[in-house]
Design a binder for this molecule. Sequence first.
Ligand code: GDP
Ligand code: GDP
Length: 434
Amino acid sequence: MNSIVAIVGRPNVGKSTLFNRLVQRREAIVDSVSGVTRDRHYGKSDWNGKEFSVIDTGGYTIGSDDVFEEEIRKQVKLAIEEADLIVFVVNVEDGITPMDAEVAKLLRKVKKPIFTVVNKVDNAMREPDAVEFYNLGLGEYFTIASINGSGTGDLLDALAEKMPEPEQTIEQELPRFAVVGRPNAGKSSFINALIGKDRNIVTNIAGTTRDSIDTKYNRFGFDFNLVDTAGIRKKSKVKEDLEFYSVMRAVRTIEYSDVIILIVDATRGFEGQDQNIFWLAEKNRKGVVILINKWDLVEKETNTMRDFEAMVRKQIEPFTDVPIVFISVLTKQRIFKAIETAVEVFEKRKKKIPTSKLNDVMLEIIKNYPPPATKGKFVKIKYCMQLPTETPQFAFFCNLPQYVRDSYRRFLENKLREIYDFSGSPITIYFRQK
Ligand code: GDP
Ligand code: GDP
């Protein structure tokens, strides 16, 4: 399982600048929560072969200083609970402020690795000023300048060292499903409907070093694991920031699963937070099934379902090839279908196309629709193969990989989807030099 790194600290110390450094060119998800002055960020990164997630926890509510400080305290506590590694950012220009001291006090009690980062050390002249931060009582610190990246390599080395070795991909027998969605979408009801009174729990396997739990179920003739995390049970403790909590929890749960069952409340539509969770799943190359729940509450006319589905597909472009099932947990409508679909996505995500067959089909298509010339360069694709990875990933070997446009990549992806049906699974395409 990949590690989660949380960046904490008071405003203006450079958290989001550091975040952008750590995730580099990789796309980040911006979570614009209503009522906060700025966005919260989630991104993926890797260093020395270790993949990890980074969360910039800096969403703050507008209000009096008291509210403000309370908010920071809350974010730090959540980060402490949910993350594996904590990066505490302070600003060399300001020295130790009362808020820094307060955060340090919270962090000193924590058993997880803490990295104190003194930011804005833009030049060697500021280096001696950083010494003061020993007084935080958190031991060694790193001096960096997020703005130009100096010092971030050493920080990343140290972070990576504390992360577990990448797991060997073990051939696992059972699909791991995670039920995620906004608060109140119907997740617990769905799980209860699924498990019912005749619970058929076969085993409880504590997941790795963390406290997430795989519970094995057998329902409707399918065997699968439902991924639960410690967070789910802690839910009631943190009422104030349920949205943030559900994102943190989704990050953790998604990383640990094969197929994401995204439950959407039909009465609320497909909202920003639903999309965030969807893209989290996509970026992590997980299978996805979208369940539109509470369909019993929707007043239906001839095309209601069709229109709703079209609206959702429009919002998940270009990865539109995702099963969407309309359910009602209340009336148990299509609950079986939902699980059946998740199992199908699991199977499709594992599918491997033999190289010779793939070349027969794809090279013919490429011959008829070759990549358009870019800047006078003609790209010739000579050969392709599906990589022996856990998820669908394809390599196309060609003379000038850097000249292949994104539109052509999408064209190939659409063809692969059309011909081989990878519905619900993200596909990755690489162009490589031959
Ligand atoms: P956050 O509120 O903690 O997320 O802080 P931001 O990342 O938004 O940064 C606050 C301000 O500090 C911005 O104007 C940044 O450009 C600036 N800043 C961030 N890192 C550095 C740095 O290493 N050196 C200097 N001089 N300024 C920085
Ligand atoms: P969670 O926060 O996502 O776990 O959501 P819950 O499972 O706690 O459900 C939130 C509320 O929606 C509860 O009051 C449920 O009874 C209700 N609910 C869940 N599914 C349905 C459904 O299919 N139809 C209707 N009408 N209500 C539902």
